[in-house]
Design a protein around this ligand. Structure first.
Ligand code: ATP
Ligand code: MG
Length: 550
């Protein structure tokens, strides 16, 4: 696989390697297993793993499992699966923050002994009040004056489980007047009487994310710790902790997170959608999760190409989701075999065609990739065409079927509409067409010009399929920035389920198989598909929709 292209982080790495500051490159992707990965994580994964690949270094997959109440092994498996599916491999480098809990505890004790940490009994509210606001110094809590001995004793008793959740925290003793709130004696250990998926009931105190994170990077010898911009203000704390403890200090570099239009990118909000059943699970094809996109029919190649194109910068921005869809289309156009399916069927009777006769036509799987082969499609006297491919009173430049006009049925015959059959209410129920038996394969025998070509499915042979049509999950370009609840901006029409008629060969499609339904779009057999009841997801339209784009 190709590695990622250059960016400001790679310029720094080039300089570090040239100066001898580093001789190898070690990065890590550090998800917290409290939800499924989304397309924003894909950006981080492509950068972390792509950088390691580019410099023949290594990238650790490290689970930041410091909060036992939010985490679940279901998420762990899903994350591993998604990273692999995206095309990356951590080899033997799978790590867990929880593997370092003993070391982290020792580091906390060390800070206490250095007089750089203390046990504090402020309530959550008081904690916030004492911390104050950036332009005014905070207040020093009484605990700050506790002796080292007393702190050691209290911290040990916290560990032994003598105190209830929330009664005490261990805080780093830094500077209650710092303009950076993260430096105002942040909590580094808290009491949480909860079983951990890895360490069971061994601990009832757990390290806070900020304390744990820099230690994890240091312990693992990470050279370039890459994370999103919101952690820039945490960097002085990380540096303080490692420096105070005299530990190896990886350098952290921050880049802008990915934000996409018509999407939200917070695990907490995505979890809300799942829990409140506003979507059908984490892998609902409308979700911006990796597993949702996989189910929708997106390919890892398309997601990686998108991540390459957006690049790595330090400027926050909102990326048009149409760009992601563009890469999906680009990839599927190359690899998706062509098939015929009719989503809004209108019956056509080819009046001159012998009743009971069936012909098999050979159609190419790809218009300009003969190596993708051909398939046979049955043709008979009655077929379905797309209702919108007929106009009784054709508009200008409408080259499809209309009374008296001739069109090509893709790969079959030229037909001319001779009669329009309607019901009592005036709705069209079927069309009658004549056909030119000499036009077999869809070619005019005399070279006469037939502009329109439409797709079709034999009525006798076609198979009914459930087709799930997706639209954007939100009506707002930036739902997270809207006033009020982001869920107020859910698109009520984001899923439409219809019954289409597919060419018979498609009924055997296996879950995950991708196709272009000719003239309609890209579709993927859903996980729910079965030979008896085929189900397809619309992955993307053939071209960018005309709806307003950002
Ligand atoms: P969220 O903010 O969506 O809840 P998170 O940051 O809490 O996600 P983590 O599991 O902590 O999720 O993230 C793992 C890594 O992925 C972090 O290094 C984080 O910086 C990165 N990451 C998360 N969201 C994005 C994003 N939208 N764009 C780029 N990187 C991201
Ligand atoms: Mg996080």
């Amino acid at each position: 696989m190709s590695s990622s292209p250059g960016n400001f982080i790679h310029d720094i790495i080039d300089a570090d390697l040239a100066s001898g500051k580093h001789t190898e490159v070690v990065t890590r992707f550090p998800p917290e297993p409290n939800g499924y990965l989304h397309i924003g994580h894909a950006k981080a994964i492509c950068l972390d793993f792509g950088t390691a690949l580019k410099y023949s270094g290594r990238c650790h997959l490290r689970f930041d499992d410091t909060n036992p109440t939010a985490e679940d092994t279901e998420y762990v498996e899903a994350i591993e699966n998604d990273v692999r599916w995206l095309g990356f491999d951590w080899g033997k480098n799978l790590f867990w923050a929880s593997d370092y809990f003993d070391r982290m505890y020792e580091c906390a004790v060390e800070l206490i002994k250095l007089g750089k940490a203390y046990v504090c009994d402020l309530s959550v509210d008081a904690f916030k009040e004492y911390r104050g606001v950036p332009n005014l110094p905070g207040k020093e809590p009484a605990g700050r004056k506790r002796s080292v001995e007393e702190n050691l004793d209290l911290f040990e008793r916290m560990k032994k489980g003598e105190f209830a959740d929330g009664t005490y925290v261990l805080r780093a003793k830094i500077d209650m007047a710092s303009p950076n709130l993260h430096m105002r004696d942040p909590a580094i250990y808290r009491i949480k009487h909860a079983s951990h998926h890895n360490t069971g009931d061994k601990w009832c105190i757990y390290p806070m994310y900020d304390f744990a994170h820099c230690l994890e990077d240091s312990i693992e010898g990470v050279t370039h710790s890459l994370c999103t911009l919101e952690f820039e203000v945490h960097r002085p704390l990380y540096d303080w902790i490692l420096e105070t403890l005299g530990l190896y200090q990886p350098h952290q570099y921050e880049f802008a997170r990915l934000n996409l239009t018509y999407t939200i990118m917070s695990k907490r909000k995505l979890l809300e959608l799942v829990k409140e059943k506003l979507v059908n699970g984490w892998d609902d094809p409308r979700m911006p999760t990796i597993c949702g996109m996989r189910r929708r029919g997106y390919t890892p190649e398309a997601i990686r190409a998108f991540c390459t194109e957006i690049g790595i910068t330090k400027t926050e921005s909102l990326t048009d989701v149409a760009l992601l869809e563009h890469h999906v289309r680009n990839d599927l156009n190359e690899i998706a075999p062509r098939r015929m399916a009719v989503l809004d069927p209108l019956k056509v009777v080819i009046t001159g065609y012998p009743e009971g006769q069936t012909e098999e036509f050979e159609l190419p799987n790809h218009p300009n990739k003969p190596e993708m082969g051909v398939r046979t499609v049955p043709f008979s006297r009655e077929i379905y065409i797309e209702r919108e491919d007929f106009m009784e009173e054709p508009a200008k430049k409408f080259f499809r079927l209309a009374p008296g006009t001739e069109v090509r049925l893709r790969g079959a015959y030229l037909v001319t509409c001779t009669n329009v059959v309607k019901d009592a209410g005036g709705s069209i129920t079927e069309l009658h067409c004549s056909y030119d038996p000499a036009s077999k394969g869809g070619n005019a025998p005399d070279g006469r010009k037939v502009k329109g070509t439409i797709h079709w499915v034999s009525a006798q042979h076609g198979i009914q399929a459930e087709v799930r049509l997706y639209d954007r999950l939100f009506t707002s370009e930036n739902p997270a920035a809207e006033e009020g609840d982001f869920k107020d901006y859910l698109n009520p029409d984001s899923l439409k389920v219809i019954t289409g008629i597919i060419e018979p060969g498609l009924a055997a499609a296996k879950a995950g198989e991708k196709f272009q339904f000719e003239r309609i779009g890209y579709f993927c057999a859903d996980l729910d598909t079965s030979a008896g009841k085929p189900v397809f997801n619309r992955t993307a339209g053939l071209r960018e929709s005309s709806a307003k784009q950002a």
